[in-house]
Design a protein around this ligand. Structure first.
Ligand SMILES: [Zn+2]
Length: 342
């Protein structure tokens, strides 16, 4: 059976409660409008109830033959009347989203399959850790990247634009294959070469597919881990703070896809949390849950500057995507000015 922290359980309960209330409210409106338009239906329904009561009393030997109508023929009449008016026979039943658990989220002593969708929506409601919405494949402009080959970039074999065209194709393929083949990606290169943009494109595309994901700056992730350590070592931690941190770390641990932006830019003071980071990567790897990271450091530099264990995991378990080129953040403005002059 799946288990969630108290906060998530509470949120799930609330989520399903609202879902049921909504379905029941819609049903109430529908019933009221049908009854207003078809008094004959109400009349037939009440006759059926009376006939049903009479039938039961007859069966148990109290000869209570008050109803002149036969139950079966009344039911037939009602069903004909409903069909003639295009009203479903079960119009008094709320239309629940989920036909398995009837929006209870719970069936046969376990969470229903619809709980995954509920969690996505809850996380989105929290609007924590989502990729920048405007960074998506539709807004992807290859023109931003230089079409000049330069021996400094890709050994002069590819212009940054050609390279980016290839990287974009890889990223698109990744989103198409994600459900069958969720790989780990490591996007690395200097500032302004489009790493974060491409990771955001992937994340937004997968979010559209309903993938439950977390998109977080490495600095923020490391702060959270440091905060958890501090709380663990504290004699009387604030239970609310503890719960909030646990909740966030759980979300990061268990989310279907974890996107970490700018690994390697964290303050060196948080270095001791690198072992927590390795535990996180290993747990996700062992659970088959993918990670995408961007970094301004090559894997070997991560090993030298931070921790060799991170380097070995990245070179072993990640598809490496290299970004090279001039910084587009400063070049975009200049390029635009040149265009304006022409
Ligand atoms: Zn369900």
């Amino acid at each position: 059976m799946r288990n969630f922290d108290q906060y998530t359980k509470k949120r799930l309960r609330r989520y399903y409660e609202l879902l049921r209330q909504r379905a029941e409210r819609i049903r109430d409106h529908k019933v009221a409008s049908i009854q207003a338009a078809h008094p004959d239906i109400i009349e037939l329904e009440s006759l059926i109830i009376q006939a049903g009561v009479a039938q039961v009393k007859n069966k148990i030997g109290q000869n209570y033959n008050s109803s002149e109508h036969d139950l079966e023929s009344l039911e037939q009449k009602l069903s004909d009347l409903l069909r003639a008016n295009d009203i479903p026979a079960n119009y008094r039943e709320p239309e629940y989203n989920c036909q398995i658990c009837f929006d209870r989220g719970w069936v046969n002593n376990d969470y229903c399959v619809c709980v995954d969708q509920a969690l996505i929506e809850i996380n989105q409601q929290d609007s924590l850790y989502l990729p920048p919405a405007d960074q998506n494949f539709n807004n992807f402009d290859l023109e931003v990247f230089s079409d000049q080959k330069n021996p400094v970039f890709f050994q002069g074999n590819l212009s940054p634009r050609e390279a980016m065209r290839g990287l974009r194709a890889i990223a698109k393929k990744y989103t198409e294959d994600f459900q069958q083949k969720p790989d780990n990606l490591f996007l690395f290169g200097t500032t302004g070469t489009g790493k974060t943009f491409l990771m955001s494109c992937i994340a937004n595309e997968l979010k559209e597919q309903g993938v439950n994901l977390v998109f977080i700056k490495a600095v923020r992730l490391f702060e959270l881990m440091a905060q958890r350590r501090t709380l663990l070592n504290s004699f009387s931690p604030d239970p609310e703070e503890q719960d909030a941190v646990k909740r966030r770390i759980d979300l990061i641990n268990k989310t279907e896809l974890l996107c970490i932006d700018d690994v390697g830019l964290e303050a060196k003071g948080l270095l001791n949390t690198y072992s927590d980071f390795i535990v996180l990567l290993d747990e996700r790897y062992n659970s088959g849950l993918p990670v995408i990271m961007t970094s301004n450091l090559k894997p070997i530099q991560l090993g030298e500057d931070y921790d060799e264990r991170i380097q070995s995991r990245i070179t072993g378990d990640y598809q490496l995507l290299m970004f090279e080129g001039p910084d587009t953040r400063s070049k975009t403005a200049r390029g635009k000015m040149e265009q304006d002059e022409n």
